[in-house]
Design a protein around this ligand. Structure first.
Ligand code: GCV
Length: 666
């Protein structure tokens, strides 16, 4: 018996589709039956169909000489598209590659697990192409087994500086492949200590094995790289990207690495950020650093994913022109067009750092000649740390749907990262993952909805939050329709509720320094002067307009004007962009101070309602799941209450303005 949960691959007995005639024979066409991914697809279908429907289909493999024209013919990485149809008494799966067959198999299994009718689903032929070429998870796992910003136990990749490969490794690959993930960075972007030696003989064998397991599930293996490896492990005294000796060292090293780990697809690099080394030390640009590595790995068909989280965490906020939010754009925009073909810039969804509400990074819609991918965080670092329920898919949908105005049409973030807007081949989406070795993988069972949801959304950005939440609930918790409704009623509003009881109107932070959980209004750790939110007795907010830091002007029009104007700026972001008096009236008709009071009281009340909804599930779902989430809710309510009390009393004391509803503010 496995000591960890199967989550949405539990394959429990199902009622529908039991007599489905199409499930007796499965025809697979277009790929080589000996491909590991095809073998895994067959294995998964056999296991799932037997467990859910007690069916044992025969598998028939056919070859076609012509490539199958499934969708509009646009080529993507390894053509992961597929078609599922019904012919005679058979279910037919066609794809260009083993990856397509694997995704089709999981599509069929999901249909059955969600009790949807197979005939209705596939009778007219279902053709699917993933929305994004790259759909990745970034682990912030350290080699000693700790996980930076990990809230669900220790790493299942690393223990005491060794790589672990066991049954759980395979089940992890199955879980994430089933929702469409095709790339994993296994180690923390902060590459220190033993992790610097990841690209040495010490780890090659295990990495090669891991890469093979991943490849069998259509997942590319990626590593985070220490930019200063030439110094840390190479014995040189420089990491200057234009230095001949540095370049020569990397050439030799990469030849060794790709020979030893043939399935390796590339590297993720955090440079010049939060103490990590980078090209700035040598007076070089980020493009110099990224291109040097990219040119070398190109020979092996690999890519360099270069993070844009480059900023000076020690900057002095008392100067009203200084603004961390500007850094990504300021550091990367001037070199648009200089980055080589196999470089991808990875850009966090907001300009700061995964807050509960941020505007979309202007860099995402600024660059025109550079490959890019979106980085989001499902590890709930600032959004409740997998104690508080916070279903993040509604936030990701907002980001994906944001119009950047970088082109006349097809200008949404989803269009850009899918490669549509600029025809980029290398683009996509990555999430900092929320997994660990806890029994249920994500600490809180309901946080599993973010892992499931991120994968599903990265594969199909058109899916609705409702469909994702419902599938998760049905496949992971229970297929009972009342239970499903209760779970979705908890998940869907949870992000809005978290936002209500935490930092107001887009201002962000106000979390305890270092841990980033719980309220501390002045707690921004990189601010020694307590000026981050600029609150005084008259008002609050950061002036990022043309009169302030100028950040608002980094957007294309009409977004720049929209954000620059306190009258037009959307309420939910108004304190991100503007310093306003507490008496300023929002679009909602409320003053800023009254909004703060109301939203915090409401947020706490609504969190209590979520917990009460969960209580109604006692005895109707697995006890272990019930108790796990119940215990988290108890902690969430303490947290929500603290946020409510601290934020309200802080701003009551600062402003001296009482609550117009006369509630007691502690
Ligand atoms: C991996 C934030 C987090 C850090 C993280 C960093 C990053 O600052 O608090 O833990 O480091 O983001 O994204 O690189």
């Amino acid at each position: 018996m496995k000591d960890y949960a199967s989550l949405w691959l539990a394959y429990k007995t199902k009622k529908n589709n039991r007599d489905c005639r199409y499930l007796r024979s499965i025809h697979i066409t277009g790929t080589d039956a000996s491909d590991e991914r095809v073998k895994n697809a067959e294995k998964e279908l056999k296991t799932g169909l037997k467990a859910m429907l007690d069916t044992e289909p025969e598998f028939i493999y056919g070859q076609t000489s012509d490539p199958i024209q499934i969708t509009d013919g646009k080529s993507i990485l390894d053509s992961e598209e597929y078609k599922i149809s019904l012919e005679g008494d058979a279910l037919c799966i066609e794809a260009h590659s083993g990856a397509g067959i694997l995704y089709a198999a999981f599509d069929v299994l999901r249909t059955i697990a969600c009790e949807r009718d197979v005939e209705a689903e596939y009778a007219s032929g279902k053709c699917v192409r993933p929305s994004n070429p790259l759909r990745m998870l970034n682990h912030w796992d350290n080699m000693d087994g700790d996980i930076e910003r990990g809230y669900s136990g220790k790493s299942f990749f690393f223990v005491d500086n060794e790589i672990v490969i066991d049954e759980r490794t395979v089940d992890y690959a199955r879980l994430i492949a089933s929702v469409g993930i095709n790339g994993v960075v296994i180690n923390n972007v902060n590459v220190k200590d033993a992790a610097s030696y990841m690209i040495t003989d010490r780890y090659f064998d295990k990495l090669a094995r891991l890469g093979e397991i991943f490849a069998g599930y259509g997942i590319g293996l990626y590593l985070s790289l220490n930019y200063a490896s030439t110094i840390e492990i190479g014995g040189l005294d420089s990491a200057d990207p234009l230095d001949e000796q540095v370049i020569a060292w990397w050439k030799t090293k990469m030849k060794e690495v790709f020979t030893k780990i043939p399935t390796l697809k590339g590297f993720l690099v955090k440079a010049d950020s939060e103490g990590r080394p980078g090209p700035f030390t040598y007076g070089r640009t980020q493009a110099d650093g990224a291109n040097m590595l990219a040119d070398i790995v190109k020979d092996y068909g690999a890519i360099i994913i270069w993070r844009c989280f480059v900023y000076n965490c020690m900057q002095d906020w008392r100067d009203t022109k200084t603004d961390r939010a500007r850094a990504g754009y300021d550091n990367f925009m001037p070199m648009d067009g200089d980055y080589h073909d196999n470089v991808i810039l990875q850009i966090k969804n907001g300009p700061m750092d995964f807050q509960i509400r941020e505007p979309v990074s202007p860099l995402l819609g600024g660059l025109k000649k550079t490959n890019r991918m979106l980085e989001v965080q499902i590890a709930q670092e600032y959004t409740g740390q997998q104690i508080d329920v916070c279903f993040l898919i509604p936030m990701f949908k907002e980001v994906l749907q944001f119009r950047t105005y970088v082109a006349e049409n097809k200008d949404r973030v989803s269009d850009i990262i899918s490669g549509e807007t600029f025809g980029s081949r290398f683009s996509g989406i990555a999430a900092v993952t929320n997994t660990g070795n806890d029994h249920n993988w994500t600490g809180n069972y309901l946080a599993g909805a973010n892992l499931f949801g991120f994968g599903r959304l990265s594969f199909d950005t058109e899916l609705s939050c409702e469909q994702i939440a419902e599938e998760f609930a049905k496949m992971t918790i229970s297929e009972d329709s009342d239970v499903v409704r209760t779970v979705t009623d908890i998940l869907l509003p949870s992000r809005a509720i978290y936002e209500k009881y935490s930092a107001p109107l887009g201002i962000g932070w106000m979390v305890r320094p270092a841990t980033h959980y719980g309220c501390s209004v002045d707690g921004y750790e990189y601010d020694r002067w307590g000026t981050y939110h600029r609150a005084d007795h008259l008002g609050i907010g950061v002036d990022r307009t043309d009169k302030g830091t100028g950040y608002a002007l980094q957007y294309n029009e009409p977004n720049a004007s929209l954000y620059n104007s306190p009258e037009e700026c959307p309420d939910e972001l108004v304190l991100f962009f503007h310093h306003l008096p507490y008496t300023h009236r929002l679009h909602s008709g409320k003053t800023v101070i009254q909004h703060i009071y109301d939203s915090h009281f409401e947020g706490y009340e609504e969190a209590k309602q979520l917990a009460a909804k969960w209580d109604t599930l006692k005895g109707r779902i697995d006890d272990e799941i019930f108790e796990n989430v119940k215990e988290r809710f108890e902690r969430q309510l303490v947290n929500a209450r603290e946020w409510c009390d601290q934020v309200n009393s802080y701003f009551f004391r600062k402003s001296g303005i009482p609550d117009e509803k006369g509630r007691q503010i502690w």
